[in-house]
Ligand binder design. Structure first.
Ligand SMILES: [Zn+2]
Length: 250
């Protein structure tokens, strides 16, 4: 039996019976976990409004009989700005879904915790939620080893900075310059600026990547393409993607 206190982000909750709740979370100490909050649906005193997705909390966890029990939970930052703007809310929900699908359970990773903390804060503060979610996704894919190097044309070897328009297939890890015929199925037309942004997200320190901006006309298309790739690999869809697709981002 062991107990500990840790900061954590709430990712998802599911009701269990009349009184209890399963809570999926990303903890600074322990990584992605699912814990049981006994009496969470009844005890307003112990668990008052603390289990909203994207909330930053501090919690006491106890591991017992191969289960994680949430003994207590205190709200540090509810990130209320996310609940006042449907686009920010949908992007926050997507961050949570991506961590649930891409991050293995039970591995402490301070870098990932910091990425999540920065991203949720940026979502709450910034005016371009789609850009924040793209920066988060590229960084997460890079940290997870899912994003291949982007150095130039895979067919003729042309350097990245020697062409302005490119075709990219993240699923197959192929980048081609425009000399190789029309766009084929599954390939995304992407400009040099966006590819340099992706390179910057891989290379730069976390504090600096939020200055990087995908062009607003390409954000949705790039996000769609990367999520298609993630779904292809994980076999999972994303409910918040449907909401994001329906919103007007212009
Ligand atoms: Zn080429």
């Amino acid at each position: 039996m062991s107990g500990r206190e840790t900061e954590a982000f709430i990712l998802k909750t599911e009701d269990l019976g009349e009184a209890d709740r399963w809570v999926s979370l990303y903890a600074r100490s322990g990584g992605r976990l699912r814990g049981l909050a006994k009496g969470a649906r009844r005890s307003r005193r112990r668990f008052a409004n603390v289990f909203e997705p994207c909330s930053l909390v501090t919690m006491e966890l106890r591991e017992k009989r191969s289960l994680v029990w949430i003994e207590a939970c205190k709200l540090l930052d509810p990130h209320l700005a996310l609940r006042e703007h449907v686009g920010k809310w949908a992007c926050g929900a997507l961050l949570c879904e991506l961590v649930l699908e891409l991050v293995p359970e039970g591995e402490t990773d301070e870098g990932l915790f910091r990425l999540l903390k920065h991203s949720v804060w940026q979502l709450a503060e910034e005016r371009a939620p789609l850009n924040v979610v793209l920066v988060f996704l590229c960084r997460l894919m890079d940290m997870s080893g899912y994003l291949q190097a982007i150095s130039g044309c895979d067919r003729c070897g042309r350097g990245l900075r020697d062409a302005r328009s490119w075709r990219w297939d993240p699923a197959r890890g192929i980048l081609l310059c425009s000399d190789h015929g029309p766009l084929s199925a599954g390939m995304l037309s992407i400009d040099l600026g966006s590819l340099l942004v992706i390179e910057g997200i891989r290379r730069m320190p976390l504090d600096s990547i939020w200055r990087l901006q995908f062009s607003s006309s390409q954000r949705l298309e790039i996000l769609r393409s990367l999520l298609g790739w993630v779904s292809f690999h994980t076999g999972k869809g994303f409910a918040s993607r449907k909401v994001i697709e329906q919103l007007d981002w212009t």
